[in-house]
Design a protein. Structure first.
Length: 289
């Protein structure tokens, strides 16, 4: 639902996708006036598509003035952030706060990383983020792996683990639930931090081996349950038995006495405390299961 008058909105969402399924209900509950865009104009949103190569400000004239502009789609390389900011500002009287959603993949060092850790400055997304912070005093929320509703981490195993060798390489997993992303956006809107990049996670470091074992055990237990097992294919049962065996074999081969493994052996690990501490709120979704 589109909510704005001639005097504008508090929050403009550029790109109402998956994150907005959590954010918009929160905005409604908090009675925060908002507007949102999609490329098709579906569900009462504003039809808008950002063309990073265009200098025509016409599409921006349909957008309302906003106190905060949230950019949910990725910007890459030099020029895109500058172009978006310039065209929005050229068609509106007041400069808003800009928030860009980024990814924690810009931190690559195999050690503890936090908001202030050096990042890969040549990464195309990091280049655009740095440009937004410099050009418009924008803020960036670098998100860990997104999950919630139908998007569940246990479904990622099939994509990332095809063999025992794949599983051997897996170290830490970091995630953030869509509801906590929404809470973080509202908090940053209300307590804006110009020119600041934040690392956003649920403050847990998960061990892929530990999760794989746990999920395999859960699936196998459900398969043995008369009321639940009918929905689990025999091939899935065999796959989960294989996953369980791989974890055990790797623990023996690598000298791992217990799960989860110590964070010192998981490679890159993310410290997500900073944002929550400054905002005075904390993640609400707990551990993934």
């Amino acid at each position: 639902m589109l909510i704005f008058q001639d005097d504008g909105v508090e929050l403009l969402i550029l790109g109402a996708g998956w994150t907005s399924t959590f954010l918009i209900p929160l905005l409604v509950r908090k009675e925060i006036k908002y507007a949102a865009t999609t490329t098709t104009g579906r569900d009462g949103t504003i039809r808008f598509r950002f063309d990073p190569n265009s200098t025509d400000p016409t599409p921006f004239r349909t957008l309302p003035y906003a106190e905060t502009v949230l950019i949910t789609f990725p910007l890459r390389g030099k020029g895109q952030a500058v172009n978006l900011v310039r065209m929005y500002e050229s068609t509106h009287k007041h400069r808003p706060h800009f928030i860009l959603l980024g990814a924690t993949s810009i931190w690559t060092a195999s050690q503890w990383q936090d908001d202030w850790s050096p990042h890969e400055r040549a990464d195309p997304r990091a280049v655009a983020e740095d440009e937004l912070m410099t050009r418009a005093d924008g803020a960036v929320l670098n998100l860990a792996g997104l999950y919630g509703a139908s998007r569940q981490p246990r479904d990622w195993v099939d994509r990332v683990v095809k063999s025992k060798a794949d599983l051997k390489k897996k170290g830490a997993l970091h995630v953030i639930h869509g509801e906590d992303v929404a809470r973080a956006i509202v908090a940053l809107h209300r307590n804006f931090t110009p020119g600041k990049r934040w690392l956003l996670s649920d403050m847990h470091v998960y061990d892929w081996w530990d999760l794989t074992q746990d999920w395999a055990v859960q699936t196998l237990a459900s398969a043995e349950n008369d009321s639940e097992g009918a929905d689990i294919a025999p091939a899935e049962v065999e796959k989960q038995k294989q996953m369980l065996a791989w974890v055990g074999e790797l623990m023996v081969e690598q000298g791992v006495r217990a799960l989860p493994r110590d964070t010192s052996s998981l490679g890159r690990t993310l410290d997500g405390r900073g944002f929550w501490r400054v905002m005075g709120i904390w993640p609400t979704q707990g551990r993934i299961r």
